[in-house]
Ligand binder design. Structure first.
Ligand SMILES: [Ca+2]
Ligand SMILES: [Ca+2]
Length: 326
């Protein structure tokens, strides 16, 4: 951060403290003050506390090692605080298995993945993913890393169908999904959702048990706390049909996989009140307002907390507003 940017921060914070939580874009909603302040200071907080460092105690599903060093990051709570309006979802990955191929995926340690595209057992016109073999430590991984470097919600969405064994209700299904740093048995794995809770390796409320009842179920899981507490900047999606509890292949199905990063311009724009820079004080003109927004946006951009396109989006909103106009 440049000296000028550092000088700008107190001014921005002063403006935010004096603001009345109204802004001219979209729905006028009360936004979380703490969210904005912490977001601005996020890089500094990370470097000073070391909370961004990865844990070395990786829980390995299949060995039931307990993960006990998962850092909790206070910002995660703060980041939950704001409602999303005008939000934009940036898709980092998606596969609905209608392409007929698995070119977006790789297997573990150079092996071919055991994933296979088949007809949906409940809807023959749809195509879904299942597995031809059970596995552990991950079976198939997204081939290209997903950029999760910016502090924001990351949502893993998918549909899951688990078909129970009518002759052996105790048989494990084995459908699991998570993230990993590499397509390897020695990867740092985070199992986010699966059919057996004790084998999940992320803390609640991220850890999600998948229902096995012969029907499709949709899941949306915000895993930003996993990203933040482990200092992840990129990751791979990871799936498998886990071998344990007599699991057999072909009974776990996934579809409509999607990972998105959620960006809400209001959480940043709200730091510059439309009414004026301070209570009872109006903007000199529209340009005064826009230039102040520009200073704030450039701070976020310089720290790589937002993309250039998102900066452009916010400047477009500010420029199109009536703020500062007489
Ligand atoms: Ca499909
Ligand atoms: Ca299975």
């Amino acid at each position: 951060m440049s000296p000028q940017q550092q000088q700008d921060i107190p001014r921005v914070l002063e403006i935010a403290k004096n603001s009345g939580w109204k802004f001219c874009c979209c729905v006028r909603e009360r936004l979380a003050f703490a969210f904005d302040l912490k977001l601005m200071y996020y890089p500094a907080v990370r470097s000073e506390t070391g909370l961004g460092e990865s844990s070395n105690s990786t829980n390995r599903k299949g060995h039931f090692m307990k993960r006990n060093t998962m850092n909790t990051f206070g910002l995660a709570t703060l980041l939950l605080a704001t409602a999303n309006f005008c939000r934009a979802d940036i898709t980092l990955f998606q596969d609905n298995f209608e392409s007929g191929n698995l070119t977006q995926w790789v297997g573990k340690d150079g092996a071919a993945p055991n994933g296979k595209i088949v007809a949906d057992p409940l809807n023959p016109t749809n195509h879904v993913l299942t597995f031809t073999a059970v596995n552990s430590y991950g079976d198939m991984f997204s081939a290209t890393p997903l950029n999760v470097s910016r502090p924001r919600p990351y949502i893993l969405s998918f549909d899951f169908l688990g078909i129970p064994d009518p002759n052996d209700p105790s048989r494990g299904n084995g459908g699991f999904i998570g993230i990993a740093n590499e397509p390897s048995a020695s990867a740092q794995e985070f199992w986010i959702a699966g059919t057996y809770f004790p084998a999940l390796t992320v803390p609640p409320p991220v850890a999600t048990v998948l229902t096995v009842d012969g029907a499709w179920h949709h899941y949306d899981i915000d895993f930003r706390s996993v990203v933040q507490s482990n200092g992840l900047t990129q990751t791979l999606l990871m799936l498998e049909d886990w071998f344990n509890f007599d699991s057999v292949p072909g009974d776990a199905f996934f579809d409509n996989l999607r990972v998105v990063g959620v960006f809400d311009p209001n959480t940043i724009l709200a730091q510059v009140p439309c009414e004026g820079p301070a209570p009872g004080k109006e903007w000199k003109n529209h340009g005064d307002y826009v230039s102040t927004v520009s200073a704030v946006v450039n701070l976020y951009l310089s720290e790589n907390l937002i993309t250039a396109a998102e900066a452009d989006q916010m400047m477009s909103i500010a420029g199109g507003s009536n703020c500062g106009k007489k």
